[in-house]
Design a protein around this ligand. Structure first.
Ligand SMILES: Nc1ncnc2c1ncn2[C@@H]1O[C@H](COP(=O)(O)OP(=O)(O)OP(=O)(O)O)[C@@H](O)[C@H]1O
Ligand SMILES: [Mg+2]
Length: 410
């Protein structure tokens, strides 16, 4: 096919097929999704690690696995050990409304008691009005009394009732596989927490099951948990993560020392997810050996490519990459033939190797966007070669700019 501009370049609507130059990683990612394995992705920034992880979630979505919500329910026997219920996402609403109905029934006596108070006060008001020969004040007083009692009823009964409703800890859309990016999460965010309740006693405390907060590991249930910069995870976090992937369930407990939350510990909460860790080569040293060994035992380790051979197929794939960046950005015009050639040249130059293209594609994408911006400034219908050339200068890093100034001086 003769390529004139990027106008007629077609790209797949599947994320996994949009990833270029990482054939090995793509193959593994497909296996990981199909067989629900773990994955450790190591590679240079901007080579497609996050994209691969998202693609795994997208593949899972197409498999039409059921998606679940997770709820906490008060435990009458031991309120400090809230019960956990897992429901297919589309059933949660119905379950909650049934629960509410049942709860309202259990408050039926209180409800009737209030009705009796209303009627009695009303008739007492009328009675006094008649006795005191049309003195309206007594009647108004009874109405005021009814309003006050009504407001009290509304606030107390309703609050008490709602407090005993289940809390939805994890809510999903029925057709959306959870993809949870827990990069840089603190322990409480990763594993869940129990909020501190300042009113622990005296009858106005929040029931413990309402204080539970799900962690990323729970929100990723039946989906993908992605953690980049794996070395920033503390040893404690890695140990707990290991136990979560071994058990596929993990109780939520308070994590702030001294907080009332530490008295609460939920039933084990399911957390059956595909763990995808990512990082660069240096990150490996800080990885917990047991966690790494678990991933190796039940999954794959993949090094993403930094460059790809400069052949016909890869050249076409790189043009598809340009098209994808144009489509995603939405503000960039199509590339002219000369602009495509110029960008391919730059991709070659950046690989620092004969007959190769770079796969540090985030940075190359940056260049595409700058060139696109420059062409808009020119009101040009296409991105032209001159825009790429100018963009290359504008895309220089601070270090490169300093170097340039120094070179100009000498
Ligand atoms: N192999 C690839 N194929 C197509 N596009 C890519 C590829 N790699 C990177 N990109 C482009 O670069 C962007 C950033 O890539 P991504 O976030 O996947 O990189 P990363 O490897 O996770 O980087 P980091 O290590 O900085 O997190 C993507 O959104 C995509 O536009
Ligand atoms: Mg990333």
């Amino acid at each position: 096919m003769k390529i004139l501009t990027t106008n007629n370049i077609k790209i797949s609507n599947q994320l996994i097929d949009q990833i270029i130059g990482q054939e090995h990683a793509v193959r593994i990612a497909k296996l990981v999704a199909k067989q629900r394995r773990f994955l450790l992705l190591i590679g240079e920034p901007g080579t497609g690690k996050s994209m691969l992880a998202q693609a795994v979630a997208e593949i899972l979505e197409q498999e039409k696995y059921p998606i679940y919500d997770i709820l906490s329910i008060p435990n009458k026997e031991d309120p400090f050990l809230p019960l956990i219920k897992v429901l297919p996402s589309q059933e949660t609403e119905k379950y909650l409304s049934n629960f509410k109905k049942k709860l309202e029934k259990s408050f039926l006596f209180e409800k009737y008691l209030f009705y009796v108070i209303y009627f009695t006060s009303f008739f007492v008001g009328i009675f006094l009005y008649i006795i005191y020969k049309g003195n309206i004040n007594y009647f108004l007083l009874s109405i005021a009394f009814i309003i006050i009692v009504f407001l009290i009823q509304k606030s107390t009964l309703k609050n008490v009732g709602n407090a005993y409703l289940p809390k939805v800890l994890v809510k999903n859309q029925p057709d959306k596989v959870p993809f949870i990016d827990a990069t840089g999460s603190q322990l409480a965010n990763l594993l869940g927490d129990v909020r501190h309740d300042p009113y622990q006693s005296g009858g106005i405390e929040t029931p413990p099951h309402q204080l539970l907060e799900a962690g990323a590991i729970h929100r990723a249930h039946k989906g993908v948990l992605y953690i980049d910069e794996v070395s920033t995870l503390s040893v404690e976090a890695q140990q707990n993560l290991l136990s979560a992937i071994q058990e596929k369930k993990f109780a939520i407990t308070g994590r702030t020392p001294g907080s009332s939350g530490t008295m609460v510990r939920s039933q084990p909460v399911p957390c059956d997810f595909i763990l995808i860790l990512a990082g660069n080569i240096e990150d490996l040293q800080n990885m917990h050996p047991a966690l790494r060994s678990r991933i190796r035992g039940y999954g794959y380790e993949v090094l993403t490519n930094t460059r790809m051979p400069k052949n016909k197929e890869n050249t076409y794939r790189l043009i598809q990459f340009i098209k994808r960046e144009i489509q995603i950005d939405d503000k960039i015009k199509d590339f002219s033939f000369e602009a495509i050639v110029e960008l391919l040249k730059e991709a070659h130059k950046r690989s620092n190797q004969k007959n190769y293209y770079t796969l540090k594609l985030r940075e190359l994408g940056g260049l595409i966007r700058i060139a696109g911006d420059l062409s808009s400034l020119d009101n040009s219908p296409l991105v032209l070669r001159k825009h790429i050339k100018e963009a290359k200068i504008m895309a220089l890093s601070i270090e490169e700019q300093l170097q340039r100034i120094q070179n100009e001086k000498t």
